[in-house]
Design a protein. Structure first.
Length: 204
């Protein structure tokens, strides 16, 4: 095992959010990031239609499903296989491809989307400029999806990373949502450059 991998494993095992996720039955520590974001902006209520992009292993969909109390629709999309969740429709595929979009649209059945969430991150290569470009591409794809499918007044949550293109991306979100916030939840590791953009009240 490499030194970097060993350090990550030691940090992961001792992480209080990892331990709490295991104790509380959440699929990942990332659940606590979304919980804080939802609480700050009251993003979810029963009866909504929510699409979770890059959903595996399902921590965010699990939180959304619980908050909606079985009333509404949660569509979870990922290239990776994801175990089933109660009250969640899991779609395996690349949402950037038309074939997957066709499946999503069939599941939505002409219902407008109230909230799009994305916790997607690229596989890390170790080359900062390349990793940043890959993240930016994922974020832009998520924003394109939100611009197309989120109804007027709806919301958007997306993972971001500090670096080249992040400020410009934030401005792009502002062009589609009346209020935009930058958030760094407590569960985000201090050393991580990640933050989240929350777009509220989608406009034309």
């Amino acid at each position: 095992m490499s030194k970097r991998k060993k350090t990550w494993m030691q940090e992961h095992v001792s992480d209080p959010f990892v331990r709490k996720a295991n104790t509380d039955g959440w699929r990942s520590r990332a659940s606590f990031k979304l919980i804080e974001l939802l609480d700050k902006d009251e993003l979810v209520k029963p009866g909504m239609v929510v699409v979770d992009l890059g959903a595996a292993p399902g921590g965010w969909s699990q939180v959304i499903s619980q908050r909606m109390q079985g009333d509404g629709l949660v569509v979870a999309v990922d290239l990776l296989e994801m175990p089933e969740l109660s009250s969640v429709k899991v779609i395996r595929g690349d949402f950037g491809e038309q074939s997957t979009l066709d499946v999503i649209e069939a599941e939505l059945a002409n219902r407008a989307v109230d909230l799009v969430i994305s916790d997607m991150a690229p596989n890390i290569s170790g080359v900062k400029s390349l990793d940043q470009a890959r993240w930016l591409n994922l974020a832009e794809l998520a924003l394109d999806f939100a611009q197309k499918y989120v109804n007027l007044g709806g919301s958007f949550v997306v993972k971001c990373f500090e670096g080249e293109g992040s400020q410009e991306f934030c401005e792009s979100v502002k062009s589609s949502f009346r209020r935009v916030h930058r958030r760094k939840p407590e569960a985000s590791r201090d050393r991580s450059s990640e933050f989240f953009i929350v777009g509220l009240n989608k406009i034309d």
